[in-house]
Write a new protein. Structure first.
Length: 142
């Protein structure tokens, strides 16, 4: 007889639910997958988690997560290491950045979109030891 293996939480499994009456003012840090149907003001952070924002949710925060699925209202910058999915009736005011971005018809989005992997904040340029670019291009001297 084999022992049953302990199953890991998949991205579809919600480990935490913050209901419609939930109000958070400050920093929300989490792991795994969280669904928010309430209000958050401040900052939402997770290095390897998925944030699901429900249709009735109101988020006034900068968000930095592995993946985000958005159906509610967000005011602030959204960065995801893997992907951002935005579905109607979402309303977003702020910049979004992720390698994969999907925006459904009917979404209201006001901001800038960057499909790059968010980089950690650093004072030096990538690929150079002291933060100086390898070559400087000047369009006037071509």
């Amino acid at each position: 007889m084999k022992k049953k293996e302990k199953q890991k939480a998949s991205p579809e499994t919600i480990s935490t639910l913050l209901g419609r009456d939930t109000v958070i003012d400050g920093v929300l840090e989490f792991k795994e997958t969280i669904r928010v149907d309430g209000r958050i003001k401040g900052k939402v952070v997770s290095g390897d988690g998925t944030l699901i924002i429900g249709e009735k949710a109101v988020i006034e925060a900068d968000i930095k997560v592995k993946a985000a699925i958005i159906r509610g209202r967000v005011e602030g910058r959204i960065e995801a290491g893997r992907q951002i999915e935005i579905y109607a009736p979402a309303r977003i005011t702020g910049d979004i950045c992720a390698p994969t971005i999907s925006i459904d018809a009917g979404v209201i989005f006001n901001g800038n979109c960057s499909m790059a992997t968010p980089q950690p904040t650093s004072s030096r340029e990538p690929g150079t030891p002291e933060g100086k670019p390898d070559k400087v291009k000047n369009s006037k001297n071509l």
